[in-house]
Design a protein around this ligand. Structure first.
Ligand SMILES: Cc1cc2nc3c(=O)[nH]c(=O)nc-3n(C[C@H](O)[C@H](O)[C@H](O)COP(=O)(O)OP(=O)(O)OC[C@H]3O[C@@H](n4cnc5c(N)ncnc54)[C@H](O)[C@@H]3O)c2cc1C
Length: 402
């Protein structure tokens, strides 16, 4: 494909903005439009559950770029303009206000939508956390001494529990998994996180199923578990996972490429190894499910580093590079004074071996091994060492044959 004259990016956040910037860096001089359903210029999400929720950062600090850099991008930002339909053959997107935007190349960068519990929408005091406005609304409800129940023991739920506990709330973390992050990082790390949260005074009710939220007079009063136990609450955070924000593509004629169905069963945009979903249509960031050639399988990553790295590949491919995207996955999480870095594909099924430091001292690095091969690296308060270990143990070659 020769360089397009116009590029439309749907979703103006980490992945969408990085794609726009990479296009300009590679010399693209055509029209550039970024569309977003939300009212804000691009901002960063990782601080929302940490510094913003803790009140340590003013909301303005999460802006990804200052006005001068956005101006220099020479792009049109159309905010508060949700895409509602795609005509893939014409590469045209219809927005909620009825605008129809056509471009030579389209990039789908719409991220995720948080899953909700039945009945939560009618109850005050119940929150999800995905946007800046979500974070500010939750922050207003987090007053010391109040009872918070966080439903969901994954990364987001555990981070919210940690931040709220530091603010002096009475916090219960409830979820189906046996330990915080155990389903992502395995039992050894999960047990250590259980101890960390327990020592800080977070009550753990794990390995349980939530049956319903209870309320009185429109205000949440608790979380009922299967079996009848009621966890009393003034505030509830629902962090039970997210779905790719592809509702707007349902009913659209996203035809896919040969062998690609358009959307995956999980709702991600199905792409080939070049992050291409159809001729002239690409996906990037949390929403994109692409064929990782090194791993020989489809992958969809929900993390910040991927949003930036995948954007570089997408921009290059839009401009004709024909380059597969084969990253070593990476995410981090901060809880209290714990900084965890995870590289590769950690899994509960893998065997964990400590390489450096000591889990009892809460400072160590470890390797995940499956079938004798290193598949992941974790650092617990040892970020630099984890990075070095990743380079030694998880070269593209090693991951490719995992
Ligand atoms: C609270 C929180 C904490 C996090 N912490 C970490 C962390 O510590 N480490 C880490 O690695 N990752 C973390 N992440 C994940 C990281 O922020 C995401 O991976 C990253 O934001 C993905 O970028 P994205 O651009 O693909 O999606 P998003 O940032 O979700 O952006 C998608 C954009 O698309 C827009 N959009 C959606 N639908 C439409 C539509 N129909 N039309 C137009 N626009 C639309 C949305 O408004 C949004 O602006 C965290 C995420 C959250 C929410």
């Amino acid at each position: 494909m020769t360089s397009p004259d116009s590029v439309l990016i749907v979703g103006a956040s980490a992945a969408g903005l990085s794609t726009a910037e990479a296009l300009r860096r590679h010399g693209y001089q055509g029209r550039l439009t970024l569309l977003d359903a939300g009212p804000h210029l691009p901002y960063d999400r990782p601080p929302l559950s940490k510094q913003v929720l803790a009140g340590a950062w003013e909301p303005a600090r999460v802006q990804l770029r200052d006005p001068a850099r956005l101006e220099a991008l020479q792009a049109e930002f159309a905010l508060d303009e949700p895409a509602v339909a795609l005509d893939a053959a014409a590469r045209a997107v219809t927005t909620g206000s009825g605008r129809v935007l056509r471009a030579d190349a389209l990039v789908i960068a719409t991220g995720l939508t948080p899953c909700r519990l039945p009945g939560q929408d009618g109850l005050a005091g119940v929150h999800v956390l995905r946007t800046l406005d979500d974070a500010l609304a939750l922050r207003r409800d987090l007053t010391a001494g109040r009872r918070l129940v966080v439903v969901g023991e994954g990364v987001l739920g555990a981070e919210v529990a940690a931040t709220a506990r530091a603010l002096g709330l009475d916090v219960t973390l409830a979820g189906m998994g046996r330990t915080p992050l155990g389903e992502q990082l395995g039992d050894v790390i999960g047990e250590l996180l259980s101890r960390t949260h327990g020592e800080r005074g977070v009550r753990l009710r794990l390995g349980v199923t939530v049956e319903e939220l209870t309320g009185a007079g429109g205000q949440v009063t608790g979380v009922r578990l299967a079996g009848g136990e009621l966890l009393a609450a003034d505030v509830v955070v629902v962090a039970v996972g997210s779905r790719p924000a592809t509702g707007w593509l349902e009913g659209s004629d996203l035809p896919g490429l040969p062998g690609l169905p358009g959307l995956t069963p999980g709702g991600g945009v199905a792409c080939d190894s070049r992050c291409r979903a159809a001729e002239g249509i690409y996906a990037v960031g949390d929403v994109a499910s692409w064929q990782h050639e090194g791993l020989g399988r489809r992958l969809r990553l929900e993390n910040r580093t991927n949003a930036t790295e995948q954007a570089q590949a997408v921009a290059a491919n839009i401009l004709g590079a024909d380059r597969p995207y084969t990253p070593i996955p990476y995410f981090w999480t901060d809880q209290y004074d714990v900084k965890i870095q995870a590289h590769g594909l950690p899994s509960p099924a893998a065997e964990l071996t400590v390489v450096d430091g000591d889990p009892e001292e809460r400072r160590f690095t470890a390797l995940y091994r499956e079938g004798g091969r290193v598949t992941g690296v974790i650092g617990w308060n040892m970020p630099k060492q984890a990075r070095v270990l990743r380079q030694q143990a998880l070269g593209a070659q090693s991951l490719a044959s995992a």
